[in-house]
Design a protein around this ligand. Structure first.
Ligand code: B1M
Length: 211
């Protein structure tokens, strides 16, 4: 598992896939590879990112490698009946086309074992509500990079209230112009400064131990 951790930390997707295949061939359980190898390493990467020891490009490269490795494990995990940590719906709100931070949030959540549905960019309150209904997500993560799109976060929360859905889903918000104060003001359940904090919040919401 040490080699797998090293390859993921270095963002070596090709090497990582080879190592995952080797571990599977040698009889290591897919769940063990996922939890003790990939997720544990992504948690360390998230911590290092929080402490500014590594930066966005390194996180993106490792997250990409993690996604490739997770894809390989998917059929084995389905067979072994391992359940995802929870389901999170993620999107950039209406009027906003920025998606790099939102994609990072998706990748880190996947890295932490969450099932993620990415609604994309420029997502209206109505579209979020439809997607929550069809996906059964427990957490909604909203991203905004523009001061002009911040009100769309409030509209989304108001839309949930109007549809009697507010108490059925935890809402977290984030993005460069967003603050904890704004999150409180619009009635969000939490504010994530970065993708690592979004993961911690999702775990908190679903009462999963935060490492
Ligand atoms: Co735009 N843009 N942009 N832009 N752009 C900003 C945001 C801006 C600050 C640049 C500036 O003027 N200094 C400014 C906004 C100013 C404001 O609102 N006060 C701006 C503007 C004005 C615009 C346009 C209006 C420009 C124009 O057309 N005149 C236009 C708007 C288009 C639209 O959305 N309708 C526009 C367009 C674009 C591009 C298309 C060219 C491109 C986007 C490409 C893309 O996303 N695919 C772009 C870019 C790249 C930027 C900057 C330079 C970089 C944003 C970025 O990707 N950062 C940005 C300046 C800046 O932020 N310094 C800027 C890296 C990314 C990883 O960080 O997204 O902040 P970020 O995500 C962080 C955290 O915020 C957090 O986690 C991530 C880190 O872990 N996070 C969350 C994000 N979402 C979260 C959700 C969560 C939790 C955490 O859920 C709980």
């Amino acid at each position: 598992m040490d080699e797998l951790k090293r390859l993921l930390s270095n963002g070596d997707a090709e090497g990582l896939i080879g190592e995952v295949k080797r571990l599977l061939d040698s009889g290591t359980k897919a769940g063990e590879i996922l939890n003790d190898g990939l997720i544990a390493t992504m948690a360390v990467i998230g911590e290092r990112f929080k402490k500014n020891e590594i930066f966005i490009p390194e996180v993106l490269i490792s997250a990409d490698a993690m996604q490739a490795a997770t894809k390989l494990l998917e059929p084995y995990l389905a067979e072994s009946g391992i359940k995802p940590a929870g389901r999170v719906l993620v999107g950039t709100v209406k009027g906003d086309l920025h998606d790099i931070g939102k994609n990072l949030v998706c990748m880190m959540l996947k890295g932490a074992g969450f099932e993620v549905e990415d609604c994309g960019i420029d997502v209206s309150a109505e579209k979020f509500i439809e997607s929550i209904k069809s996906s059964g997500a427990q957490v909604l993560a909203l991203s905004s990079l523009l001061t002009t799109s911040m009100p769309a976060m409030k509209e989304t929360i108001e839309g949930l209230k109007a549809n009697d859905m507010r108490d059925k889903i935890k809402v977290m918000v984030g993005g460069a112009p967003i603050t904890k104060g704004f999150a409180d003001q619009i009635g969000a359940d939490g504010y994530g400064k970065d993708a690592a904090e979004a993961v911690d919040l999702a775990k908190e919401f679903l009462k999963i131990e935060v490492k």
